[in-house]
Design a protein around this ligand. Structure first.
Ligand code: C2O
Ligand code: CU
Length: 451
């Protein structure tokens, strides 16, 4: 445990016996834009963007004292961790908000190896747009694959004004009813020009995390060859050749890449936008690590996630996603009353799940512990959405009954339907929401109860 704490970068002098390290949400000065631009006032855990990296061995305890030095309430959610419900960080569902000046002790065990992250779950559309998030990496119990370098790349999208300050307008209903708050400046680990030297034929494990409010990244590696080995923290049964990689908000991909570009050349991670490709990370090939590429990697060992039970007898629920601009929804239930779209928008809601724009009093599903649950989701909107389930990983079930990889966040295109299934083995109340933060704040939120 001591070694694990030291690895997070906290100064050892700040540690006293029995005192967990702090994660303090507070203001910080960031250099997001190039050096000839002013610094940006943001907020970060311990004032930094990204926040301190937390690295733990699988099965270890994660203990941090959260201190809120923001002028508004906050909490921390540990995205993708199958943790104790009381530690999930959802205000009004699993804990009270942590008021300005107050603290909360987060303490839980991390059962699964993989790439996870942490972020606020109160006014997250503002607090995350201003910078609050960090990586949580759980190392494989038996050691990870052999690589020359293991690195987390948190990819974020910022809306900056011309003076490089974070633009306001967090409650803008136009953003909320459309694709969410899409920015104009992309960073990797808080830098707009992330760059590092690499060696030809060196092997890297990159843990990509999309920490943006709403932007869906479409990524490609150039001058690099590789495989996807895990999605949303969970190992794939077999490494999959890396081609174009779509990363919706909150999704992660662990990739293994070998540098194939030659000395003197550059390799890139490229993000494809409507108007072309942009290098978001650049690698200068400065030397040769070995004469040839290494062999393809083996799969990672699976995490202890229970196998799905038979789907025919699973507990079933249906979720209809409606609303937003160019949608068909005329209104929804809010505060126990039927409201039209205009009235709803006046109250800050523009989306609905099963005709309800508020967090419903009743759960979408109440499952017995250990039961297999199947949810049929229909995206009856004109927008894509990134559906995230707390406390569990699910599999998407194909029309022929095949089960996809374990995920905690599913990207659903406009008009798409999807079936997801999971074993409800983690007791408590768990959110199911769109991770486009303006969409969840605007009504795309429901919950499940596991007895
Ligand atoms: Cu990362 Cu409720 O979300
Ligand atoms: Cu959405």
């Amino acid at each position: 445990m001591v070694a694990a704490l030291a690895a997070t970068g906290f100064r050892p002098t700040a540690l006293q016996a029995g005192t967990p390290p702090d994660l303090i949400a507070r203001e910080g000065v960031l250099q997001l834009a190039p050096a000839n631009y002013p610094e940006t006032q943001g907020i970060g855990y311990n004032g930094a963007v990204p926040g301190p990296m937390i690295r733990l061995p699988q099965g270890a305890r994660m203990t941090r004292r959260f201190q809120n030095e923001l002028p508004q309430p906050s909490t921390i959610h540990w995205h993708g961790i199958r943790l104790d419900n009381a530690m999930d960080g959802v205000p009004g569902l699993t804990q009270d908000v942590v008021e300005p000046g107050a603290t909360f002790l987060y303490d839980f065990v991390v059962p699964d190896a993989g790439t996870y992250w942490y972020h606020p779950h109160n006014r997250s559309y503002e607090q995350m747009a201003r910078g609050l998030s960090g990586a949580l990496v759980v190392e494989e119990a038996g050691g990870g694959p052999e690589v020359d370098n293991d690195e987390v790349l948190l990819i974020d999208d910022w809306r900056l004004a011309e003076d490089a300050q974070i633009a306001g307008g967090f409650g803008d209903m136009h953003d909320w009813a459309h694709a969410g708050r899409i920015g104009n400046w992309i960073t990797v680990n808080g830098l707009g020009d992330w760059r590092k030297p690499v060696q030809q034929h060196s092997r890297h494990r990159w843990r990509l995390v999309n920490t943006a409010n709403a932007r869906i990244f479409s990524l490609e590696a150039q001058g690099l060859g590789g495989w996807i080995i895990a999605l949303d923290g969970m190992p794939l049964d077999a490494p999959q050749p890396l081609d174009r990689l779509t990363l919706a908000p909150a999704q992660r991909a662990d990739i293994i890449v070998d540098v194939t570009a030659s000395v003197g050349e550059e390799a890139f991670l490229v993000s494809f936008e409507r108007d072309g490709g942009y290098a978001i990370a650049t690698f200068d090939v400065t030397a040769i690590a070995r004469s040839e590429r290494l062999d393809a990697p083996s799969p990672l060992p699976p995490n202890p996630v229970p196998q799905l039970g038979p789907l025919e007898t699973a507990r079933k629920a249906a979720l209809l996603m409606e609303g937003g601009a160019m949608g068909r929804m005329g209104g929804a239930m809010m505060g126990g009353q039927m409201m039209g779209m205009r009235e709803m928008a006046g109250a800050g809601k523009v989306w609905a799940f099963n005709g309800m724009a508020d967090m419903p009093d009743e759960p979408l599903v109440a499952a017995d512990r250990g039961e297999t649950v199947r949810i049929d989701i229909t995206n009856d909107t004109a927008w894509p959405h990134a559906m995230h389930l707390h406390g569990h990983h699910f599999r998407q079930i194909g029309s022929n009954g095949t089960a996809g990889p374990l995920r905690d966040t599913l990207l659903m295109d406009r008009g798409e339907t999807a079936q997801i299934a999971f074993v409800a083995d983690n007791p408590g109340d768990w959110l199911l929401h769109c991770h486009m933060l303006e969409h969840s704040a605007g009504g795309m939120m429901t919950w499940l109860r596991v007895a």
